[in-house]
Design a protein around this ligand. Sequence first.
Ligand SMILES: O=C(O)CCC(=O)C(=O)O
Length: 288
Amino acid sequence: MPSKLPREVSTEEIDSYHRDGVVLLKDIFNPEWIEVLSRGLTKNCENPTHRARTWDRDKQGRTMFWDSQAWQDIDEYKNFIFNSHAGELAGKLLKAKEINFFFDAVFVRSTGTQFSTPWHQDEPYWTIEGYDTCTIWMPLVPVKKKNALAFVPGSHLSDQVFDQYNFGTLNPDGKSDVDQVDFTGIAQESIPDIDADPDRYNVVSWDMQPGDCIAFNSRILHGGSGKLDEDQELKVFTSKWLGDDARVKFRECGMDPDHSDIMTQYGLKPGDRPGTDLYPKIWTSHQQ
Ligand SMILES: O=C(O)CCC(=O)C(=O)O
């Protein structure tokens, strides 16, 4: 039996999610789930997938480590995906009939790491298109507002097509077969310099404790995090969830993480509702 939400998701929280594209949910995962994910993350860092990569390594040896789609090999992640209330949380926020799991991604900054994630939206990189998508960003250690992921509220509703960052260039160890994207010819303009004037963009972020999460729409502009104090590390587990209008899409600009080969192997075609064992259905509204 999946664990129950420890409290109702309020109408105000659901409305904020749709108005702003992001909402902070305090005390929504109990310490047991944080322990489960922390154990999983330790295993993940010790035995990364072939997709894993260091995004940044500075002169002092401080690193930002990223991995994705590790869940099939890590029992703790599987347990969280199938048995926690994360899918239900996504379902409530998206007002969905059904929720499929898309993928996991982890962002691990060693103590004092300065690396900031470039501003971007997620959907333009994905093998999925749709409004009904949700990332649940969970810090497994306390994080201060100035170091947490930041967002431009309302930007998920704009149809502006931006020249998104090529995360494939974050590769100090020269790993081969890294996913690349190139929005030349597709983008209408560059992402604005949000850091130069965060007030103009009403940028939001929050102090967070383990057990809190941020849920956000894959179309929202987000970035930052990092710039950690000397004694501070940051370990974040994210899970990506798909609601009713999410459909498979293969993009000419490239995809990151690129699921197009594996989707094709599983018989999924552009326009299909994602499913199969790879993107399992986790929650339906009639379970209520
Ligand atoms: O935590 C970070 O630094 C980046 C997270 C992010 O961009 C995402 O989950 O889409």
